[in-house]
Design a protein around this ligand. Structure first.
Ligand code: CP3
Length: 323
C-alpha cells in the first residue's frame, strides 16, 4: 500500500523533474515508478502508480499536490448546485492514460508479479471534493451530510457509477486485482457509515466485472468487521488497530485478510521489525487467506533498508504458516 513514493530516492529523482499529475498522466513514467518497489524492495505485487483523486480531476476539478499540505482542490463542491459543474460523462475516457500505464506496466513486469489497480471509495473521494483540502475534523463534509443529505447522496451516486466504470476498465486493461480505498470510513458514526459509505461500496462490488480478479476492500478504521462480510469482495484490508487473528475468527473463512503491520514499525530497529512481522503472521495463524501487508501506506521518512528487511523477513517467516 503506497509502496511507491517519496521514501525511495529513485522516486524522488523522477519527482524532482516532474510534477505529481504529470507523473500520473505519463504512462512511461507512471509504469517506471510502479515497478520501482518490485525491483528495489522485492514485494510480491505491484500497485499501479496513480492517485485516487484522478477521478475528481477527470470530472473537471482542479487538483494540486502541495508539498506539506497534501492534495487540494481550489474549487470544492459545497452544494447541490455545485454538482452541475462536474463533467460526469466520459470520465473513464479521460482516464485513458491510466489504462495506457497499465498496459506499459504489464509489459515491464513481464509476469514477474501481479498488478493491483485501485480506486478511492465514493465516501473518501467525496470527502476530498467537499473539504477541498486535508482536514482534521471533517466538518465541511459532515455539515453536508447533516444539512443537505440529498446533495451528498447525489454526489456519492455520481462517484459510484464512475468508480464501477473505472475499475471495470482497469480490469479489462490488465489489472490482476483491484482495491477500493475508503481511507476516511472510520470518521463516520455507525449509522452514517452504513448510509454514506458501505452502501456505495456494496453497489460497486455488485457491479464489477472481475473476470476472476480478486476485489480488496480497505475501509480504514472500520473495526466492526461484521458490516463488511456481506460485501461481494474477496479480501478485506485491515489497519493495525485490530488483532488480525481476532478479525479472522470473526470473519470466518469467507474472506481473505490483508494487513496489518503498523507502518511506523518500519522506524524500529531490525530485531523489532522482525518480531512485529512474526507477531502478525502468528496472530493470523496457519492456513491460507492472509496477504501480509502494512496497515496503511509507507511514510516518506521510512528508511528503505528497513522496508527491504521487512520483505525478507516475511518471505523467510511466512512459509511455515502456509502449510
Ligand atoms: O505505490 C503505490 O502504493 C501506489 C500509489 C498510491 C498513491 N496514492 C500515490 C501517491 C496510492 C495507492 C494512492 C492512494 C491514495 N491517495 C489514497 C488512499 C490510500 C491511503 O493512503 O489512504 C488517498 C487518501 C490519496 C490522496 C492522497 N494523495 C494523499 C493523502 C496524498 C499524500 C499527501 C502527502 O503529501 O503525503 C497523496 C499524494 C500521493 N499519492 C503521493 C504518492 C506517492 C505523494 C506525493 C508526492 O509524490 O508528492
Amino acid at each position: 500500500m503506497r509502496q511507491a513514493g517519496r521514501y525511495l530516492p529513485e522516486y524522488r529523482a523522477i519527482r524532482e523533474k516532474t510534477d505529481f499529475l504529470t507523473l500520473c498522466k505519463t504512462p512511461e513514467l507512471a509504469s517506471e515508478v510502479t515497478v520501482q518497489p518490485v525491483d528495489i524492495i522485492g514485494v510480491d505485487a505491484a500497485i499501479l502508480f496513480s492517485d485516487i483523486l484522478v477521478i475528481p480531476e477527470a470530472m473537471g476539478m482542479h487538483l494540486e499536490m502541495i508539498e506539506s499540505k497534501g492534495p487540494t482542490f481550489d474549487d470544492p463542491i459545497r452544494s447541490q448546485a455545485d454538482l452541475a459543474r462536474l463533467n460526469t460523462e466520459g470520465v473513464t475516457d479521460r482516464l485513458q492514460y491510466v489504462m495506457d500505464a497499465i498496459k506499459v506496466t504489464k509489459e515491464k513486469l513481464a509476469g514477474r508479479v501481479p498488478l493491483i489497480g485501485f480506486s478511492g471509495a465514493p465516501w473518501t473521494l467525496a470527502t476530498y471534493m467537499v473539504e477541498g483540502k486535508g482536514t482534521r475534523n471533517f466538518d465541511v463534509i459532515k455539515q453536508m451530510i447533516y444539512t443537505d443529505p440529498a446533495a451528498a447522496h447525489d454526489l456519492l451516486r455520481i462517484l459510484s457509477d464512475s468508480v464501477v466504470d473505472y475499475l471495470n476498465a482497469k480490469i479489462r486493461a490488465g489489472c490482476d486485482a483491484v482495491q477500493i480505498f475508503d481511507t476516511w470510513a472510520g470518521i463516520l458514526a455507525p449509522n452514517d457509515l452504513e448510509e454514506f459509505s458501505l452502501r456505495y461500496i456494496k453497489y460497486i462490488c455488485e457491479r464489477l466485472e472481475t473476470n476472476g480478479a480478486p476485489v480488496i476492500v480497505f475501509a480504514k478504521g472500520v473495526n466492526s468487521l461484521e458490516k463488511l462480510v456481506d460485501l461481494k469482495c474477496d479480501v478485506i484490508g485491515l489497519d493495525w488497530t485490530m488483532d488480525i487473528g481476532d478479525a479472522r475468527s470473526r470473519i470466518g473463512n469467507t474472506k481473505a485478510l490483508q494487513g496489518n503491520l503498523d507502518p511506523c514499525v518500519l522506524f524500529a530497529p531490525k530485531e523489532k521489525i522482525k518480531q512485529e512481522a512474526e507477531r502478525v503472521l502468528e496472530n493470523y495463524g496457519t492456513g491460507s487467506g492472509h496477504v501480509f501487508n502494512l496497515g496503511h501506506g509507507i511514510l516518506p521518512t521510512t528508511p528503505v533498508e528497513n522496508t527491504q528487511y521487512l520483505v525478507r523477513c516475511v518471505k523467510e517467516l511466512s512459509p511455515k504458516y502456509h502449510r
